[in-house]
Design a protein around this ligand. Sequence first.
Ligand code: KIV
Ligand code: ZN
Length: 391
Amino acid sequence: MSSKERLIIFDTTLRDGEQSPGATMSVSEKIELALELELLGVDVIEAGFPIASPGDFRAVKEISKVIKSSRVCGLARAKRTDIDAAIESLAGSQQKRLHTFIATSPIHMTHKLKMSPEKVIEAAVDAVKYARGFIDDIEFSAEDGGRSEPMFLAELIEQVIKAGATTINIPDTVGYCVPHQFGAFIKQVISNVSNREQAVFSVHCHNDLGLATANSLAAIEAGARQIECTINGLGERAGNAALEEVVMAVNTRQDLFPLETNIDAKRLVGISQRVSEITGFAVQPNKSIVGRNAFAHEAGIHQDGILKHRETYEIMRAEDVGWSGEQIVLGKHSGRNAFMNRLAKLGIHFESKEGFEAAFSQFKRVADQGRGVTDQQLRMFLDKATVSVDV
Ligand code: KIV
Ligand code: ZN
């Protein structure tokens, strides 16, 4: 048994992720991904927003039946009709969570909800108390929490914990926060909630300024112990914090985040590719962790360093996140060391230094024209050079 504190991973690929324009998934695709997320080891799977559509209702219902080791969660606004739909869809789940939310920022309360701050607290408390009558695990989210008044937020949170909320989520709904400020904000809010020990604090960061992962990490430092995230960072607009980034940042920088997750990191690349196939959203080649270039080295100096000592240019091992195969890409920036190393792996040796130099020049000419030289191309032009081949 590890003595490390646990970081809860709450995946919302099937709810917030599916809210990306064009990323709609069928019920059967959602069930398939839910099973993959369970194998990945996520603690909570947010399976949908049951009141939003019959498809979402059915997805939560079907996922509730098949998922055994993760907790299944359904989203509901702070309204009894929404909560009733979520409770009904979660009925078949062995471990369920109801997630209810209401906006708490001045701009949302004034212009969207047209409710006073007092009425917002009343609605939040009523929703949590009502839901708690049916389900023990209740998450409350303060929508647009990142732009809310910290002391008002602390007051509201204290009330919803009193009403029975077990997880308190503070979203940066519009991706406006920046790490040092968000971390200080989360710390300030948590420290002003007198019953804070009775709930787990969580954040849910959007990526409008490209800071979702950084803000999530800042919140962990400030005391958050649940992170809401999605595979490939899918989600509304610019997306949510990417699960693979948060998990690998925590795994890689244990000196800063001495926490453990239940994620089987070797499954990250596989699930990323499946989410990409299902949604039709390509993963950019240079996407951290799961992009096809995330561990590929082409620069000669880097390749030489990697071949001498991997950690000169790699902070993680490709195989630890599910990549297999060669990560050194032979291209126009590659040097002699990488070229010779690849040939040795292919069982090709040179009988003379001149032969090697001629082949290296030929390789550079080929590499200059294309995107990378494959093993097959190498074999083809080396057939003509003076080499011996292992049999
Ligand atoms: O971004 C957001 O605020 C949300 C909440 C419903 C958690 O998705
Ligand atoms: Zn969101």
